[in-house]
Design a protein around this ligand. Structure first.
Ligand code: CDP
Ligand code: MG
Length: 753
């Protein structure tokens, strides 16, 4: 049942005559040139105590160089073998000149802090230098990244540099995905994965070196790792008694890498660890601020891009936006306008880059465009320091980013929010810096100079502003107490008690704040405690197959339902059959089932037959049918595919936890909703006489999000996935639930515990 109209390529973005006209007619924003043509990037403090390894020699008074770095003269004597381009590229990286000095320092010190501008080669080269220096003989060289896509992309790159297939010498490990083997010597992983590894091996004894990369981002996981590394160093390098007994049988080295100038704090945390500084190749970047503030930053970015594309010499453009939705909307508008450019004008190659992007789509970011096209990369802050894209000469900075923030409630559950906010000055500098990697560049800030001055200097560490429940549960499994941990920054008291309350309500803690067996079982799932709780509850309720279908979508990194404001009616019509009267969770379940069935001629058999067909090379029909089905229903197939992969991983976790993942409750709905409600008990609200919903555990009045299938409904009680805060507090992912459920909840949790 595929709507024939939707197979035609209709651009989702329609330029409205008022707001969007073709870029040529639109008045161009006024730019005020506030830069003096000087290098505005990294106006750095004097780094007197640092060791500079950029020239391959020690220099104790490095004074940041102000002359543009010279290209290393090519020596091409007859004796020298021509290097492959990729090896030549490695040799040309700024860090290459400091290789020996850097390795010496790492050998000589237990902890080393390495500071270097983005693109100098820290992430890709340091692990390989350590491999060359023999560190892999005593264990794996592990490198952490805050983001999954970055970890995968870097592992891929380094395995190419090593000339080995990915997953052999160089591998990666991220949540729900791993490519590594017994021969893996260099392993890129997310900081979250390494924190999880602590649960099985509290001394991280398989590693000889741990490199904490992008430390300046100060993610919650990075902070937890830093605290644990301090403990591990004491145990592994100094012996149990801290005096050297049993010392150094399996010593550990730690390298902390950062792209910004906050090295002192890391150094102090590790007892004045040595700071090493490598000078990057930074060319001057001319910075422009917009004369007026821009209300619609996506529109302003669109106009600015075409202003550059039409008037400026060649060079790729990197646009920083807060998130996937803005990126996808701008991608469509740019493509639409680019198609209307006069003949003979260079084409535009638009590439999106955000965390939820499938790793297989990443290589496009690095591809060289065909026929002189101008590449335009639309990125979130992932491109700020984690991933360097060659060819960028122009940066457009919207000045916005997404930030996780947890608003701890005073009585009830807190509020996890992901809000678009102004970035920090430090981010703005990093963003501008991306334009000056290969030559002088330009940065267009879509905000005024005053707005820049009003930005916070640097972001608050994540531990100060996010929900601590999952971290706390993991620490408790390690026998650690967050409040007693030696952390770089201590979280708020409110956030701690809120996390304790959540864990208690889920049954992970007993009334003495002791971890329960249920809590331990929850921690064994690579999921938020709330989701893990739902999966565990499904065992007794006999609905594991269904709950896994729902949770795997909730745990994936992007949205399932694609929205387009201009097509509301069409979308509603297409999805009508999927909507379940009990709300969003069962609608989601219907969707997953219908998608699966679309590939196997209406037979829903968990895709088993499909997998068999694919194995025989006949699966293409099924794949195409599913893709078509997803498109016709405005559903993100990428999310569904990701969810399928997550589901497989969760089945493995279930098996380990003694839960049969095949058990299904068939068409019965209640067991599914009840399982979910066990996890979402804190996210529940009852209807009030005035028709609003009021939290059961908390004082907050919540409204059902207009995008929810429950939006206009009045039911006695609801559970929801999350609260989002815009101009008011909305519940998203909402289902109707029987009121009597809550009465039994406490008893149920305690019984299992
Ligand atoms: O970590 P840092 O920012 O210091 O540099 P890096 O990530 O090691 O990048 C060094 C160089 O490798 C840059 O010139 C990147 O453009 C290049 N690179 C690449 O071409 N492809 C990748 N997937 C990753 C890095
Ligand atoms: Mg890096």
């Amino acid at each position: 049942p595929v709507a024939s109209t939707s197979t035609k390529k209709i651009p989702l973005f329609k330029p409205s005559p008022i707001k969007h006209s073709t870029p040529k007619r639109k008045p161009i924003p006024n730019w005020v040139d506030v830069s003096d043509g000087e290098d505005h990037i990294g106006k750095r403090k004097r780094l007197n105590s640092h060791v500079n390894v950029s020239n391959g020699a020690f220099k104790h008074h490095p004074q940041a160089h102000s002359t543009p770095p010279r290209k290393k003269p090519r020596v091409s004597g007859p004796a020298e073998e021509p290097l492959e381009p990729i090896q030549e590229h490695r040799r040309q990286l700024p860090i290459a000149r400091g290789k020996d000095a850097l390795v010496q320092e790492i050998i000589a010190n237990e902890v080393t802090v390495l500071l270097g501008e983005t693109g100098s080669g820290k992430t890709t080269q340091v692990p390989q230098y350590l491999l060359d220096a023999g560190f892999a003989e005593q264990g794996i060289i592990g490198i952490t990244q805050p983001r999954k896509v970055a970890a995968i992309s870097l592992a891929r790159r380094v395995s190419v540099e090593q000339g080995q297939p990915l997953g052999t010498r160089v591998g990666y490990s991220v949540r729900f995905d791993e490519r590594a083997s017994a021969e893996t010597k260099i392993k890129y992983m997310t900081d979250g994965m390494l924190t999880r590894e602590l649960l099985g091996d509290s001394l991280l004894s398989k590693y000889s070196v741990i490199v904490i990369d992008e430390a300046h981002e100060r993610t919650l996981r990075t902070d937890l790792l830093l605290a644990n590394l301090k403990r591990i160093l004491r145990l592994r390098n100094k012996g149990e008694d801290g005096k050297g007994k049993g010392k150094a049988r399996n010593p550990l080295k730690v390298v902390i890498m950062s792209a910004t100038l906050d090295a002192e704090k890391f150094s102090q945390f590790f007892h004045s660890a040595k700071i090493i500084y490598v000078k990057g190749r930074q060319h001057p970047v001319k910075i422009y601020h917009s004369a007026q503030g821009q209300q619609d930053y996506v529109d302003a970015a669109l106009r600015t891009f075409f202003q550059i594309h039409i008037d400026q010499p060649p060079g790729d453009v990197l646009i920083f936006l807060p998130g996937q939705e803005d990126i996808e909307s701008l991608e469509k508008s740019i493509e639409l306008f680019a198609n209307q450019l006069p003949q003979g004008h260079p084409e535009v190659m638009v590439v999106p880059m955000f965390a939820a992007l499938q790793a297989s789509q990443m290589p496009r970011v690095f591809a060289v465009p065909q026929n002189n096209a101008r590449k335009c990369i639309l990125a979130t802050n992932i491109a700020e320091t984690s991933i360097t894209i060659p060819g960028v000469r122009y940066v457009i900075d919207t000045g916005k980013g997404k930030e996780k923030r947890y608003l701890a409630g005073n009585t009830g559950g807190g509020l996890d929010t992901l809000m678009t906010r102004d970035i920090t000055q430090s981010s703005a500098m990093q963003r501008a810096g991306r334009a000056g990697r290969e030559g002088p560049g330009f940065c267009y800030r879509l905000y005024t100079e005053e707005a820049f001055a009003a930005m916070l200097p640097a972001a608050e560490p994540e531990i100060m502003r996010c929900s601590l429940a999952q971290a706390m549960l993991q620490l408790l499994c390690l026998g650690q107490d967050l409040q007693e941990l030696d952390l770089m920054d201590m979280p708020d008291h409110d956030a701690i008690s809120s996390a304790l309350r959540t864990l208690f309500l889920l049954g992970a803690l007993d009334s003495h704040r002791e971890l329960t067996p249920l809590g331990r079982a929850m921690a064994s799932f690579p999921l938020e405690p709330t989701h893990a709780r739902a999966v565990i509850a499904s065992k007794e309720l006999g609905s594991t197959a269904e709950v896994l279908d729902v949770i795997s979508v909730l745990a994936s990194s992007s949205k399932l339902f694609v929205d387009a404001t201009d097509k509301r009616a069409e979308i509603a019509e297409a999805r009508r059959a999927l909507i379940h009267p009990a709300g969003d969770h069962l609608t989601l379940l219907n969707t997953v089932r219908a998608y699966r069935a679309a590939g196997v001629n209406g037979e829903d058999d968990d895709g088993e037959a499909e997998r068999r067909k694919e194995a025989k090379g006949k699966g293409k029909v099924g794949r195409d049918a599913r893709k078509e089905w997803a498109r016709a229903h405005f559903i993100s197939e990428r999310t569904l595919r990701e969810a399928a992969a997550i589901r497989e991983q969760l089945c493995v976790s279930c098996e380990r936890a003694g839960i049969d993942w095949r058990v299904s409750c068939g068409e019965r709905e209640e067991p599914v909703l009840l399982s979910l409600a066990h996890g979402l008990a804190q996210n529940a609200a009852l209807i009030a006489p005035d028709g609003t919903y009021k939290q059961i555990m908390g004082q907050t009045v919540v409204k059902i999000h207009p995008g929810s299938s429950m939006a206009d409904k009045k039911v006695p009680a609801i559970i929801y996935d999350e609260l989002v805060y815009t101009n008011q507090i909305y519940a998203r992912g909402v289902s109707s639930i029987s009121k009597s459920f809550f009465a039994t909840l406490g008893a149920f949790n305690r019984r299992e515990a």
